[in-house]
Design a protein around this ligand. Structure first.
Ligand SMILES: *Cc1c(COP(=O)(O)O)cnc(C)c1O
Length: 379
């Protein structure tokens, strides 16, 4: 039955389960950190201790796993802890290839901290399959990391082509699909081995939970090793956060479609605005990866876009200072629209152009969003 249900239905009903003890449609939050042993000294419930085991966390994992078509899913206390746990599971000596343009905090960890754990990392433009092919070392590279659409230029990497290339070299493919969401892209169905989410963003959707997830194509050694790292390092999501995440997931389909429609409408208008040098959105025919986006993304191009403001960094910061409806804040994927001068938060060495404003389109009325941006851009 579950295989025949569409994502909107699976998400809205949180897979349709009920609490057997009370017949409640909304599951209880399991806060217990410890569980009763059976008289014969076994733990048949599958629950021993709260650091590895929690029923509410498993319910959140089940919803995300169903949406991604995963064999196993693990929820973490943040997107960063999910990603770092996966990299650590590769073990010392592993070679990793990651994108030049990607989520800044994770890129910093890979560039500065990963070597301390014995990982070697090469950065390459993963939107360019030929360049990726040159960077992957057959028999040596263990993991290729993609982020698509990627922060903050919204480049689209071809998941199917990159998966084939990685697998031919004996490597695995992991995809940070935070900005695509399982509504618009299902990386496992395109050949990826693991999908990562900052569930802080669209999956929760209300800017009130920090959470992460890894969805695995197979219940294999990589999954088991990552689960062991989550247990040993205490990286599991808190049960109350898991409950909020399940609640947020119920409206995922509605929210991301509304955000993506707002983003598309705004991108077209911004591309034609006199104060805008360029509008970056994979749904625009002018975007260099538009054709890959058309092939890979179903039903929308996501709610994230960027603009490059005429007049450089100063003009960009001044524009953000004038918005009222758009809130000046980092993060993305909530129901409220956010605007951010990205270079200010990424700091020195960032590949982000200094005149770039990153926009996370929320679900507000698009005309309110437009009037506010238009007025801010006019000054
Ligand atoms: C926010 C984000 C992360 C990090 O997730 P946290 O939940 O903040 O730890 C990773 N990748 C992308 C694309 C993100 O937007």
């Amino acid at each position: 039955m579950r295989e025949t249900l569409r994502p909107a239905t699976l998400a809205a009903q949180a897979l349709g389960g009920i609490d057997e003890a009370t017949r409640a449609l909304v599951p209880p939050v399991h806060l217990s950190t410890t569980f009763l042993r059976d008289p014969d000294n076994l733990y048949r419930s599958g629950n021993v201790y709260g650091r590895p085991d929690n029923a509410t966390v498993r319910e959140a994992e089940a919803v995300i796993g169903a949406l991604e078509g995963a064999a196993e899913t693990l929820a973490f206390g943040s997107g960063m802890s999910a990603a770092v746990a996966l990299f650590l599971s590769l073990g010392a000596g592993a070679h990793v290839v990651a994108p030049t343009v990607m989520y800044w905090a994770l890129r910093n960890w890979l560039a500065k901290d990963a070597a301390g754990f014995g990982l070697s990392v090469d950065f390459v433009d993963t939107e360019n399959v030929a360049a990726l092919e040159r960077a992957v070392k057959p028999g040596v590279t263990r993991l290729v990391w993609l982020e698509t659409p990627s922060n903050p230029l919204w480049g689209i990497s071809d998941i199917a082509e990159c998966a084939a290339l990685a697998h031919a070299a004996g490597a695995m493919l992991a995809v940070d699909s935070t900005c695509a969401t399982p509504i618009f892209t299902r990386p496992l169905s395109l050949g990826a081995d693991v999908v990562m989410h900052s569930a802080t963003k669209y999956l929760n959707g209300h800017s009130d939970v920090i959470a992460g997830a890894l969805a695995f194509a197979r219940a294999d050694a990589l999954f088991e090793r990552t689960r062991d790292i989550r247990k040993a390092h205490g990286l599991i999501l808190h049960p109350f956060e898991a409950f909020l995440l399940i609640r947020g997931l119920r409206t995922l389909d509605l929210r991301v479609r509304a955000s993506a429609l707002n983003a598309l409408r705004l991108a077209h208008r911004l591309a034609a605005h006199g104060s805008v040098l360029a509008a970056l959105y994979p749904g625009l025919p002018s975007h260099p990866d538009h054709n890959t986006a058309l092939k890979q993304m179903q039903g929308g191009f996501g709610g994230m876009l960027s603009i490059r403001v005429k007049g450089g960094a100063e003009a960009a910061v001044a524009t953000a200072a004038r918005t009222r409806v758009w809130k000046r804040a980092t993060s993305l994927g909530g129901v409220e629209s956010l605007i951010e001068h990205r270079a200010s938060i990424e700091g020195p060495g960032s590949p982000c152009p200094p005149d770039l404003l990153r926009l996370s389109a929320g679900v507000e009325d698009v005309e309110d969003l437009w009037r506010d941006l238009d007025a801010a851009l006019r000054g």
